[in-house]
Design a protein around this ligand. Structure first.
Ligand code: SAH
Ligand code: SF4
Length: 425
């Protein structure tokens, strides 16, 4: 088993630093997945190639790894035959381990994955008529404890490394059989209508799996750079969305250093309610968050910011809330769309989902103000793949076990409290 440094748990507010870019392996070989080209060249030089050779080989290997999805050095046909075993003795091409793969009746797929050192996390693929979206995790667990989110009930185990993040996308391409056979550069300005013409299933990525991506900024950035590189996975930044619960100090860097679309988990329009359901609000309030959105590099009427709003019965779903949402978005002059997410319940959740009529009314009020506010259809509910339901099976089992134990204990208490037949009058 590889040696792991557990991340220190930083409390609710500060980014979690991660120093390591290489996951150590028991056999001493180095996993190249997650490393950028210059780092691969450095490792080749350290292993004994002269600098020019190292650079050339790194360029070739990088292309095979990220652009073509090769999983063995043998497949790298433009690298000299004698060189391939030399590479295989020193390096590996990893993927997260698949613990379990599930298929929903609506086509959604969920994978329970494991890191080399045995931490489990999840990834979800959601196919639609015109696109296929991969929902990628950034952390094992989450420090933020949003009250409606199942992942928030786990403690943070650790940040995922760049290799474990980009590895999810690579594994999805393996599973969907979607590695290109030739070059596939990203067009500077993409025509949305033409993009799916090559029949690809995985067209979009959302950083909406387990964890808060802006608390693992460096690793998420490094992974997404490999995804966006034309010689890497070659997915346009316009097709990638990062969702944050509102880590204000990292938002500008997200726009500058990653440049992907931004989604913000707003979920409430008053301090009291947002403090309760998204506790990070106590640190970065609504106005501060919306000001950071207004300043988000790259946001425009063409690339609008998505505001996610989970519909919780009698909590945040009144007409007044909808009107306040419109007022706030106008006040900050935000190029915005609102995604209304029906709350996905989980065992023991403290909220209920708003009624369909309430959600429709809320949506109408926002639409009537000229802001798009579609209601998101929950997907993959039968396999617990919907928003906020991601939590590893092992954790769910222990919870189910705990619930059973609690029930049994409550039963015992009730039996003890009940008057015994002998004592009854
Ligand atoms: N940590 C990031 C990204 C992961 S959560 C964030 O909070 O934005 C992805 C989305 O699912 C967020 O908008 C989150 O608030 C929402 N979500 C979490 N639990 C949910 C639930 N039980 N029902 C519906 N949406 C939920
Ligand atoms: Fe973490 Fe996002 Fe869940 Fe909040 S909603 S607990 S930030 S994963």
């Amino acid at each position: 088993m590889a040696d792991t440094t557990l991340m220190s748990i930083p409390g609710q507010v500060d980014p979690v630093p991660v120093a390591r870019d290489i996951t150590p392996r028991a056999d001493g070989r180095v996993d190249l997945i997650g490393l950028p080209r210059p780092r691969i060249a450095e490792l080749f030089a350290e292993a004994g190639l002269d600098p020019r050779q190292a650079k050339l080989r790194a360029k070739q290997v990088y292309h095979w790894l990220y652009h073509r999805g090769a999983t063995s050095f043998e497949a790298m046909t433009d690298i000299a035959k004698a060189m391939r075993p030399w590479l295989a003795e020193r390096f590996v091409i990893g993927r997260p381990d698949v613990v379990e793969a599930q298929h929903s009746s609506d086509g959604t797929r969920k994978w329970l994955l494991s890191t080399a050192d045995g931490h489990e996390f999840e990834m979800v693929f959601i196919p639609d008529a015109d696109r296929g979206t991969l929902c990628v995790s950034s952390q094992v667990g989450c420090t933020l404890n949003c009250r409606f989110c199942h992942t928030g009930t786990m403690r943070l185990v650790r940040n995922l490394t760049p290799g474990e993040i980009v590895g999810q996308v690579m594994l999805a391409r393996d599973a969907l059989g979607e590695w290109p056979r030739g070059r596939m550069d990203v067009a500077e300005v993409e025509d949305e209508a033409e993009y799916t013409a090559d029949g690809r299933l995985l067209t979009n990525i959302v950083m909406m799996g387990m964890g808060e991506p802006l608390y693992n900024f460096d690793n998420v950035r490094d992974a997404l750079r490999l995804v966006m590189d034309g010689d890497g996975l070659a997915l346009s930044k316009r097709r990638i969305t990062l969702s944050t619960s509102g880590v204000v100090p990292m938002m500008a860097r997200c726009g500058e250093e990653i440049g992907v679309n931004l989604a913000v988990s707003l979920h409430a329009v008053t301090k009291d309610v947002r403090d309760e359901i998204v506790p990070l609000n106590r640190k970065y309030g609504i106005e501060e968050l919306l000001a950071a959105c207004a300043a988000y590099p790259g946001a425009s009427n063409v690339r609008r910011i998505t505001f996610e709003y989970v519909m919780l019965k009698d909590k945040n779903d009144s007409d007044e809330d909808a009107r306040e949402l419109v007022r706030l978005l106008r006040k900050f002059d935000l190029p915005a769309k609102v995604n209304l997410i029906p709350f996905n319940p989980w065992p023991g959740a403290p909220y209920e989902c708003s009624s369909p009529e309430r959600i429709r009314r809320f949506s109408d009020i926002v639409f009537e103000a000229g802001i798009s506010a579609p209601v998101r259809t929950p997907r993959g509910r039968d396999i617990d793949a919907a928003c906020g339901q991601l939590k590893t099976t092992a954790q769910k089992m222990s919870r189910a076990q705990r619930d059973r134990e609690a029930q049994a204990a409550a039963g015992r208490e009730a039996a003890e409290a009940a008057p015994s037949p002998a004592a009854a009058p």
